[in-house]
Design a protein around this ligand. Sequence first.
Ligand code: ADP
Length: 399
Amino acid sequence: MTASDIALMLLLVATALIIGIGVGRRQRASVGTAIVASPPSSLPAPSVDSISIEALADPALIVEGDTAVAANAAARQLFGDRVTGADLRLTVRHPIVLDALAEVRRHGIIVEREVSGLGSGNSAYRMRAIDSGSADNARVLLVFADITQSRLTERMRVDFVANASHELRTPLATLSGFIETLQGPAAEDEPARRRFLDIMAREAGRMSRLIDDLLSLSRIELDKHVRPVTQLDLVGVIADVGKTLAMRLDADERHLVIDEAADLPAVIADRDQILQVLHNLVSNALKYGRSGTPITLLARPEAAQPGQPAMVRLTVIDVSEGIASEHLPRLTERFYRVDSQRSRKMGGTGLGLAIVKHIVERHRGRLEIESRAGEGTRVSFTLPQAERVTIAAEAHSSA
Ligand code: ADP
């Protein structure tokens, strides 16, 4: 065998290898597209299209005539694996989708529609039907963007505005009514005037508390994603809550029993916000607990758990008739009240626990509400402990 024979052989082997690798790659690619599209043999191979729609996270279909010639993974999950190669009228079965397809073919434009009731879920989608640009608009791309969450958020915002307006309108109507009465029939009636002015002051107070709570809530929501960084000594904060509520506690013959663990670790928290949480919880214990019974405030450290740092748990316990279990999951919703009359009579705005929940979430803590009929309610939340190493280092550096 001559040197040129050997060179020729090497060249042949190398060429075979290169072709082999190429074939291998194509095979792998075609396996991929076969899973993606698995079109019936009569349909044109959709490899390029299916690879590109597979890259989309939203459900996407390529439709020719009434048949989906390709479907990405999200579309197969939404409509079922049978959607590929099948008639849309049988698999997707939605008049809005079929109308949009017909319209895009007629006008050769992008058609957008909102559609719900696709697949087996309750999600809402914004569907875009996009023509292929070919003369006959034979192929149409359908992409379904899930808008369920944004619809829910929008609904919540609309409900919130309606609820807040209603809450403000009620005391405002009372105020207007008394103003009219004072201007007319009760103008010269001194005892009635005094009585009405008391009610008016109470209603004005209610409006101002509501506005304060609404402003608090929007401020808390604004920096909801910014974690607090300051170290806080809870002992001082707990003592301040007792002082702020001392008059109301006395008026109802109640005592705040503070039970703190010795050497309570400092936490990472925003002082004003934790003061507000404790104030709201002790206020609720005052409003809904039995007169003359104690309100207990516990503060205990909790060791680190897998995936969770060491925390401090603060618990407010009251003695009352308790809250029925079906209400517990909804108590932190804005304006949710077990007994609206009672809450209003006690000066409640229906926003106290919503504020508590948002503040605790901002601190990466957990809020728990337990209640027993005839016994009372325990509301507790956790806050992350400040690292002792940091405390030592700071004490050292400031020395
Ligand atoms: P409110 O201003 O009405 O007190 P909150 O958001 O603080 O609003 O509480 C929501 C509702 O949860 C209250 O209206 C009340 O029905 C119930 N609730 C809260 N705390 C207690 C408690 N300690 N005992 C009994 N019911 C409570």
